[in-house]
Design a protein around this ligand. Structure first.
Ligand code: FE2
Length: 290
């Protein structure tokens, strides 16, 4: 018999400033929650309306030891990296960037978007790499919205965009290094889904809009809340209140390895962090040719 997971606790996103001065809402890392193995960070960027000339981004900076995953909901996100990849994310597109041994990249608005201004809303997730993968060659998977599989429930009331993992029998197109779930659920008012989750995955949700009922809870939880589930069941229950519910479901199999962070580098030991700084300063993570 299936049982649904109960809620361990909820964490509100904290408002903070990142990169070249853009506002993010961040459920982790915070003083309350340092990470959610195997995830290191979740940032909701915006929604924010930029006037012409005001759009901000994160100029050239390095990463080593993990993956950055950007999901555009509205507006445009430009990207360039030292491995020669570049692209523009439009609404609905995903970019899964495996930094591995190291890249330098820039995440800046495209010149045209900077000129016109407009609304920006997106998400960035950092996915940790296991010790054995931290020094692999960088990889870049760009997935336009049209190529991201979408599944719909039999009653048509629940739609899920399958960025990673599997939902309603539909598998993602993006390849991950360790088992990861990253799914964007949209529930019509009053809709409910009991979604199967493998036993060894730890999972959480992050609300984007609308209030929902999660797990066994009988009170509504609003947007910008991270709901962490216990590993006490084989499904996760999501239900919308009186408005549509937009919510992300993320999960993975914990790596259970030491996490040593220093800004854009995430390794297993202090020595490896020192080496990352040396390698970056020596130009061994490359540079962007603008
Ligand atoms: Fe970055």
């Amino acid at each position: 018999m299936s049982s649904t997971r109960t809620i361990e606790r909820t964490y509100p996103a904290v408002r903070t400033t990142e990169g070249g001065g853009f506002i993010v809402h961040r459920p982790f890392p915070t003083r309350m929650l340092m990470d959610f193995d195997p995830f290191l960070l979740l940032d909701e960027m915006g929604p924010i309306d930029y006037a012409p000339g005001e759009a901000k981004g994160a100029p050239d900076h390095p990463h080593r030891g993990f993956e950055t995953v950007t999901y555009a909901l509205e507006g445009q996100f430009g990207h360039k990296d030292s491995a020669g990849h570049s692209g523009t994310l439009n609404a609905g597109d995903v970019q899964w960037m495996t930094a591995g041994a190291g890249v330098v990249h820039s995440e800046m608005p495209d010149p045209e978007f900077l000129r016109t201004g407009g609304r920006v809303h997106g998400l960035q997730v950092w996915v940790n790499l296991p010790r054995s993968d931290k020094m692999i060659a960088p990889r870049y998977q760009e997935m336009p919205s049209a190529k991201i599989p979408v599944a719909t429930s039999a009653d048509g009331q629940v739609r899920v965009k399958v960025i990673a993992g599997e939902a309603l029998g539909v598998a993602a197109a993006i390849e991950t290094r360790t088992p990861i779930l990253y799914q964007h659920f949209t529930l019509q008012p009053g809709a409910k889904i009991e979604h199967a989750v493998p036993a060894n995955y730890r999972v959480f949700t992050y609300g984007l809009s609308g209030k929902g009922f999660y797990g066994e809870a009988r009170s509504e939880i609003g947007p910008r809340q991270m709901v962490v589930f216990n590993s006490d069941g084989d499904t996760v229950t999501l239900a919308a209140g009186e408005e549509p519910l937009d919510v992300l479901l993320l999960g993975g199999v914990p790596l259970k390895e030491p996490v040593v962070r220093y800004g854009p580098f995430v390794m297993n030991t202090e020595d490896e962090i020192r080496q990352a700084v040396i390698d970056y300063q020596a130009g061994r993570m490359g540079q962007i040719t603008h």
